[in-house]
Design a protein. Structure first.
Length: 140
């Protein structure tokens, strides 16, 4: 029976693929399954080349650089960079964030801190005082 309709894949008990024809507007008692060849597309689409994600590569590089340094709060900095990667931030943005975070953590280490729990307002004010002229010079 060669009737136009919708072809549906059917899996039989013998684990072989068959197709059934469902004719639009007919009831199931009038539709009869028929065997035919599985659907094969005649369109050959080119395969896309898998390229490496530059943001992922940047995250991995920066994360490794953080782990190599003995700084307080490295695990939090890594989580923040991963958050930036997951939010699709550009590699340059991630690099700038890494530089700022690394600079702050190095400052805290120079102040004798080994854990972020010890950071107080005094430490943040001292960091701003130390880096203030650099930031102002970039703005002007």
């Amino acid at each position: 029976m060669n009737v136009p309709g919708h072809y549906l894949p059917v899996i039989s008990g013998e684990n072989s693929e068959k197709e059934a024809v469902m004719i639009a507007g007919s009831s199931s008692e009038h539709s009869q399954p028929c065997q035919s060849q599985p659907f094969r597309s005649s369109v050959n689409l080119p395969l896309r080349r898998q390229t490496e994600n530059p943001a992922k590569k940047t995250y991995q590089k920066l994360s490794a650089k953080l782990r190599d340094q003995d700084l307080p709060g490295v695990e939090f900095a890594e989580k923040y960079l991963f958050h930036q990667y997951r939010r699709n931030r550009r590699p340059n943005t991630m690099e700038l964030n890494y530089t700022s975070i690394s600079f702050f953590l190095k400052f805290l280490k120079s102040q004798g801190l080994t854990h972020l729990e010890g950071v107080s307002r005094k430490h943040i004010e001292a960091f701003i005082e130390k880096t203030g002229p650099r930031i102002e010079a970039r703005l002007h």
